[in-house]
Design a protein around this ligand. Structure first.
Ligand code: AHG
Ligand code: MN
Ligand code: MN
Length: 328
């Protein structure tokens, strides 16, 4: 079944079902265009660093900007989106030509893990679709909605195969791009994350900055069979959230980007609206759990569009246990 047929079936019970299908197909189109650009590697001439830094204080690459532009153009063509928040823009982008009753807002990370581009490593795009409050005045506040209100969320993974993983609130489903037909075909319906899988993903070079509960949790995992967990753990770190979360959706385990105290007033590395919140919806729709260690990600009330939060996502038993480490 291709993406379009799938959306026709699975969006029927949702309000604005045709419009939602149209919007998700436009994001899939953006994904195809970015996949083609990424696949050209250095030949596309867009992988070089720019002199600019984004609102996060991070160096931008031409490929970050090109991917952002592709997203904006595809979203604009639908006329269904009032505004969008992108990692690459300090303020929201408002679409001048949207329909008067356009129902959606979109938050996106156009190219996640983009430092991997330098060595042909895996990257992705992440998106979250929120309802546009009716008659709302254009403002950042429109976007500050709890993750539970997401209408849909997903990512496109630019790996050996290009994959689109989405949820419209009824399970998490993965599609593979057929390079011959350029259609996204449903290859992994109804993903289910096992409740336990002994594998964690964390950037261990930051260990000295972690809070005590995270220090203790990782120490107990590393102690293996001889320790309190009585189990040997494996570790993987792709330095691309899309790639790490994709592995967890496929086989389980836990992804961790905890709060660390290197930058005192920074709650975490990853951004709530266009990284952690959409990934949390996908994880929970696949039977996993998403937490900051102290609260459910999807219940958080965002305070800023580029707010950062701690991210602990994956197999439900493991995330429950990590919350217990934080309560102790
Ligand atoms: P982005 O490239 O969009 O800024 O995001 C990179 C993120 C995420 O993909 C990954 O999990 C994390 O940064 C990697 O962080 P480290 O550099 O600490 O490994
Ligand atoms: Mn990112
Ligand atoms: Mn990015």
């Amino acid at each position: 079944m291709n993406l379009s047929d799938f959306l026709n079936q699975s969006c029927v019970t949702l309000s604005h079902s045709n419009q939602l299908s149209q919007l998700i197909l436009s994001i899939a189109e953006a994904g195809k265009q970015i996949a083609a650009l990424v696949a050209k590697g250095k030949l596309a001439g867009v992988s070089h660093h720019l002199d600019s830094i984004n609102v996060q204080g991070e160096a931008q690459m031409q490929l970050d900007i090109s991917s952002h532009d592709i997203f904006i153009n595809c979203l604009a063509a639908t006329k269904l989106v009032v505004g969008a928040v992108s990692e690459e823009l300090a303020s929201p982008h408002y679409f001048p030509d949207h329909l008067p009753d356009a129902p959606y807002l979109v938050c996106f990370d156009p190219l996640d893990g983009s430092s991997n581009v330098a060595f042909d490593g895996v990257v992705g795009s992440i998106f979250s679709i929120l309802p546009a409050p009716p008659n709302a005045v254009r403002s950042e506040e429109m976007f500050l909605q709890q993750g539970v209100h997401q209408i849909a969320a997903g990512y496109v993974l630019y790996g050996p195969a290009t994959m689109l993983v989405i949820s419209v609130g009824a399970g998490t489903h993965a599609f593979t791009l057929d390079p011959d037909t350029q259609a996204f075909e449903l290859t992994h319906p109804n993903l289910q994350i096992p409740a336990h899988y002994p594998e964690f993903a964390i950037n261990a070079s930051r260990q000295r900055y972690w809070e005590t509960p995270m220090q203790q949790y990782i120490a107990d995992c590393l102690a293996g069979e001889e320790g309190v967990r009585q189990c040997n753990f494996n570790m993987r770190w792709m330095a691309s959230m899309v790639a790490d979360v994709h592995r967890i959706l496929m086989r389980g385990g836990v992804f961790l980007y905890p709060k660390d105290n290197q930058v005192i007033d920074r709650a975490g590395r990853l951004r709530l609206l266009y990284e952690v919140s959409p990934m949390s919806m996908l994880i929970e729709q696949a039977g996993g759990k998403a937490s900051t260690g102290r609260a459910s990600v999807l219940d958080l009330y965002p305070s800023q569009i580029h707010q950062r939060v701690p991210a602990i996502l994956g197999s439900i038993n493991e995330v429950d246990l990590i919350e217990q480490y934080h309560q102790r």
